[in-house]
Design a protein around this ligand. Sequence first.
Ligand code: 4AZ
Length: 484
Amino acid sequence: MTSTLGPPPPYYENRGFQPEPPYAARPAAGAHPYPQLFATNPPSVPSYIPRVATHQSSRPAAPPPRRTCAASLRKTIIIILSILIVICCAIAAFFIWYFVENHCLSSLIECGSSGVCMSPSQWCDGVSDCPNGEDETRCVRLFGPNFILEVYSPVSKSWYPVCHDDWNDDYGKIACKDMGYSVDTYFYSRGVPDVSFKSYMKLNTSAGNIDLYKKLYSSGSCASGSVVSLRCIECGLSSKSASIMNRIVGGSGAVLGQWPWQVSLHVQGTHVCGGSIITPHWLVTAAHCVEGRLSDPHSWRVYAGILNQDEMLFRSGYKVQLIISHPDYDTDSKDNDVALMKLETPLSFTETVRPVCLPNPGMMFQPNQQCWISGWGAEYQGGKTSNNLNYVAVPLIEHSRCNSVYIYNGMILPTMICAGDLAGGIDSCQGDSGGPLVTHHHSVWWLVGDTSWGTGCATPNKPGVYGNMTVFTDWIYKNMQANR
Ligand code: 4AZ
């Protein structure tokens, strides 16, 4: 039972503010509050003297716990504000560092250290866009099947091989970096005898410790008669010979290590497309594989060095950090059907996981050059994807022939290449898209194309159509370089 008429409230005399630790432990109930010394005579403490009220107070005094509450609230606010200030300072410091160290946002290349940024498409296009023309003075490429290093001269607007005299691996690594490779994959620089060239780029060794490209000058002679053959990565090796090879549609089951560059690209645990390894971080696939909502890197998982799809279900795969679709890809015509995927963590190369070589400009593939396709695509038109990796040999088909009225009637653009048997029976099919079309040449496997489209699968006079990789090599190098 409660009553409104109770004993008068105690009156506290204010003897000044007495600070106390806010979280001082209270003595346990029943425990003596003082040490033994004062067991019988407790010390006098600064006390609030209770007085008996002579009248009922209408204004109750503010209870002290409120003050403690306000103080601790203030303290909490100060702590939170301090933490926020520290976080803001850290973010600001990060941005200052980012713009000092990396002037250019991703996908742009910096002109030297000027802070001016250029699109990869403006690099080595024959037009000087950078303040000091760096976009035209650091232009290197590998030419032909022997990987001959060539440097572009903006003065004479042509490419020159580099004379091997005084060349070393340090220069080789610089040139590889300028093509977007990491120095970690550097393979070798070798002198290749070649007297067919009339002009060379030579090193001026007395030029001191300056930029490689400033040391190079054009010359009509090269004492050693050898030019630099540069390999930025050990690519195009397969541990299984091509001779054992003879489904895809009409193909055979692959063995482990036969197509070590082949990857399976999964979305929500299902194989969607194929791809080809070109460096530990980069894969080539088709732009049509990564269209729309599939352009989100988080949608994808990459599986390498595995033959069967059911084995992939028990593994986690590699995460994708970045997807770059060719900016001129056209959904309707499939023009420029190529894309790059950058992995979050690099692949470790083994017998069963290895890169394929990108084709160099100046590589001539024969009109009927024997090539191979591989993938987990359907084994017949309208079928489901295959559990095991299949492959089949397909000859290239000349551009003009593939564009003829009875085949693809002008739909084959310069960015495309046809391969297959016009009699039908062998072909790539749904699920093989993005995967490799390769050839063996000069003891190396080259990526000739990426599986793109076709009318049906293995239909007579409707061969498979592939992205023409030779056309994309330059775009690939520039984008790897801009997104290192
Ligand atoms: C596809 O949809 C696909 N016969 C791939 C290749 C071919 C047709 C379709 C060529 O992935």
